[in-house]
Design a protein around this ligand. Structure first.
Ligand SMILES: [Zn+2]
Length: 761
């Protein structure tokens, strides 16, 4: 695994197959698709940033890279993608093999270009959209967090404020001493034209005659814009006084009804306002939502309390009456935002569901951030919001206006991307007919991206067969180039270029090579994103069956065994923990959705879809560390057998971190031993997992929930739910013939036993 992490450390890429199956048939036998998890703007302290424009192939537009073949005498380079011969321009005249430009250095497979004079003058824009249909206590929490955030905004940023409940209020912050708002009915979507009309942008000007206002800035004076979007340095006072005065939604709520909450109308007004004022700039709508949307086109439930909010069962039976309409609304909103280049961030803080499942499309396509917490007072929300604006310590590296493009060798096509981006519908020979996620394109918009954002690219190998003469050649290389244009957090435009080369193999002798190049962690993460995607788009899809079939197929192909002899079965170290990953994936929140609400599932999947391999592996298979007097902290098996009275366990399941005190430890702690000077060692033992948990919490966004619990306590379920149930081992274990290993909550031993039996058949 170390070598794959080294490659990730150089290029921000992990591939499931680092030796690529070379033909269509070969790739299909490999089950896990040829794929890459790529972190486009992963920070690399030693990466050169070149102060000039990249050199491009005049045929395929790919960028000069270390894999190009260079003829220094003739001053020509050959493009590894299309084999075009390109002349170096005059300013490269002095190059030689002793005098290489940085982009040809073999170690600079990832490099950035920063074009001079392209620095953007557009300031970052934040449009806060606040739910006021919440109780006073929540309102107070929200105000306090926001006023703290406002203090952290970059001085040059522009800020706007919209509040909503029964009605939508657009606050005119630039009006001076007297607060002024524009009010919109919440029940009805407002078009951009209506919005501009009502806000009298054109008061002193003839209205432009063309109907196309979208994306055009003409017609809007900067004074008009300055009424609603103010520099943070000028409006901190105005904004804080509006917040101070802000009341919860005043409309009475009958006892048998939910509060009126027109979330979708408010977001639509926010999007149109930004579209009119700052199209193409890195603007973010930051939505703070404290309950279910009950009004307008994106309502997820009626106001009538007798109607429950949709569950996974309702969605499964297609009996969630508002769901499709709301999703359709948010799909259109996503399209509008992508067109404008704007981001939707969602902070959903409520005990109820608020509609994350419906909003998911708009957040994910625009690369928005999402945080789900029980309350605006919870540390998961408060600390996460602070992290967004905190620039010194653990900067998220939030960037904007990204465009992602791919070039590949001609035998490779792109099926699509699973991750936070939107297709730019740039069709071409590179696009596969099979579409996964955002597909049928070779360019994607990433309105918002940060240092952690990781895309999962799914490829297709199209080569039909291999002429005999080339089969054993060692020079068979596939090339991939990833291009990311983006606005760096400093404001300047950058182009990140990553060029990769991977050897391909085909034919009977290729299995050992494929095994050597298999990255089981990356493969598990690809399978997790893939199965989540299929569960969302395919009706009647059976994820357990699909995963089991895939795993059995992989084990029969890459395992070592004699036919029909399960006991002879073994896997190479490259594959050895893959079955365990699949076991935990089957049990995970991504597959066992019925244990959660649709909002929670949407949330978990949105985070999975944007995280890198290491973080995603923790989501699939939580890590467990054991602390005791007997030894230094050590990793423990994710099994109920890890629990002991004299141990502390630290479970990291990504979204939740659990510190679990064994019963003896809990007793000593309750007795206050750790406060007595003679029990200093115990105090240190208690403190050790706290320190480690704090270190994790500091690194992570969204900030995870911390649960501290005792053996036999009610909170212990947070740990128990994640452990392998080996102690309940009670299987007679005979399921002849079927390709389903088991559908119940079986132990890993039973699972593995069945897997081996089926794989050797
Ligand atoms: Zn080319």
């Amino acid at each position: 695994m170390a070598e794959f992490m080294e490659l990730e450390g150089q290029d921000g890429v992990r591939m499931a197959w680092n030796v690529v199956p070379g033909t269509k048939q070969e790739a299909s036998n490999c089950v896990v698709p040829v794929s890459a998890i790529y972190t486009p703007i992963k920070p690399f302290p030693n990466m050169p940033v070149l102060p000039y424009a990249p050199l491009r192939c005049r045929n395929c537009r790919s960028v000069l890279n270390p894999f190009s073949i260079v003829d220094f005498a003739a001053k020509i380079w050959i493009c590894p993608f299309c084999f075009q011969r390109n002349h170096f321009p005059p300013h490269y005249a002095s190059i030689s093999d002793e005098n290489l430009p940085a982009e040809l250095f073999p170690q600079y497979t990832t490099i950035e270009y920063q074009s001079p004079g392209e620095a953007s003058s557009l300031p970052p824009v934040f449009m806060f959209v606040l739910d006021t249909s919440i109780i006073e206590e929540e309102m107070a929490f929200l105000k306090s967090s926001l006023s703290q955030a406002i203090g952290l905004l970059p001085d040059n940023s522009l800020v706007g404020l919209i509040t909503f409940g029964t009605l939508v209020h657009v606050h005119e912050l630039g009006f001076g001493a007297i607060p002024k708002t524009y009010v919109f009915k919440g029940s009805k979507d407002v078009s951009k034209d209506q919005l501009l009309e009502q806000m009298s942008f054109f008061l002193n000007k003839p209205k432009p005659t063309t109907g196309v206002i979208a994306g055009a800035r003409d017609g809007l004076s900067s004074e008009s814009i300055a009424r609603f979007l103010l520099p943070a340095s000028e409006c901190e006072f105005a904004l804080n006084s509006v917040l101070e005065e802000l009341q919860k939604d005043p409309w009475p709520i009958p006892a048998d009804q939910r509060a009126t909450r027109c979330t979708s109308t408010a977001l639509s007004v926010a999007a149109s306002l930004l579209g009119a004022c700052v199209p193409g700039s890195g603007a973010r709508i930051m939505a703070f939502i404290g309950g279910p949307s009950t009004e307008g086109p994106g309502a997820i439930v009626s106001k009538n309390l007798s109607e429950p909010i949709r569950s996974h069962k309702d969605l499964d039976k297609d009996s969630a009456p508002h769901y499709h309409k709301a999703v359709k609304f948010y799909e259109a909103l996503a399209k509008q935002l992508v067109h404008q280049g704007h981001v939707l961030d969602l902070f959903a803080c409520a005990l109820d569901q608020v509609g994350v499942a419906e909003l998911k499309v708009a957040v994910e396509r625009t690369g928005g951030l999402v945080v789900l917490a029980e309350s605006f007072g919870h540390s998961v929300f408060k600390d996460s919001l602070r992290r967004v604006f905190q620039s010194e310590d653990k900067d998220l590296g939030i960037s904007s206006n990204g465009i992602f493009e791919i070039n590949c060798s001609k035998d490779i096509k792109v099926q699509g991307i699973l991750g936070p981006c939107a297709s730019l519908e740039k069709k071409g020979p590179l696009c596969s007919d099979t579409i996964v996620g955002q597909g049928s394109t070779s360019a994607w918009k990433m309105c918002g991206l940060d240092q952690a954002t990781s895309l999962c690219l799914i490829f297709e190998i199209v080569k039909k067969d291999i002429p005999d003469s080339t089969v054993q050649s060692s020079g068979n290389q596939f090339y991939f180039q990833f291009l990311t244009y983006y606005q760096h957090s400093t404001g300047e435009m950058r182009l990140r270029v990553t060029t990769l080369s991977r050897r391909w193999v085909a034919g009977p002798g290729s299995i050992q090579d494929l095994i050597a190049g298999f990255d089981q962690e990356a493969a598990a993460v690809v399978m997790a994103r893939f199965v989540s995607f299929k569960m969302e788009i395919e009706a009647e899809f059976d994820p357990i069956r699909w995963l089991d079939k895939a795993l059995i197929h992989i084990c029969s192909r890459f395992g070592d065994y004699q036919k029909d002899s399960p006991s002879s079965f073994s896997l190479s170290p490259r594959f050895s923990i893959f079955p365990q990953f699949m076991f935990h994936l089957r049990r995970s929140q991504f597959v066992q959705v019925f244990n959660n609400s649709p909002d929670e599932t949407a949330y978990f999947r949105m985070i999975l879809n944007r995280e890198n391999v290491a973080n995603s592996v923790v989501m699939i298979q939580p890590s467990l560390i054991s602390y005791s007097f007997q030894s230094a902290p050590e990793p423990a098996l994710l099994d109920v057998a890890a629990i002991a009275a004299d141990r502390i366990l630290l479970l990291d399941s990504y979204f939740t971190i659990v510190i679990f005190h064994g019963s003896t430890i809990a007793q000593w702690r309750k007795a206050g031993y750790h406060n007595q000077p003679e029990h200093q060692a115990f105090a240190q033992l208690l403190q050790a997992p706290r320190g480690d948990a704090d270190a994790i919490i500091k690194e992570r966004f969204p900030v995870p929930r911390l649960v501290i619990c005792d053996q036999h306590g009610s909170q212990a379920r947070f740990l128990l739910a994640k452990l392998n149930p080996s102690a309940t081992y009670n299987s007679d274990g005979h399921h002849p013939g079927g390709d389903i290993i088991f559908t119940d909550d079986v132990s890993f031993e039973v699972f593995l036993d069945h897997l081996q039996r089926l794989a050797v058949q």
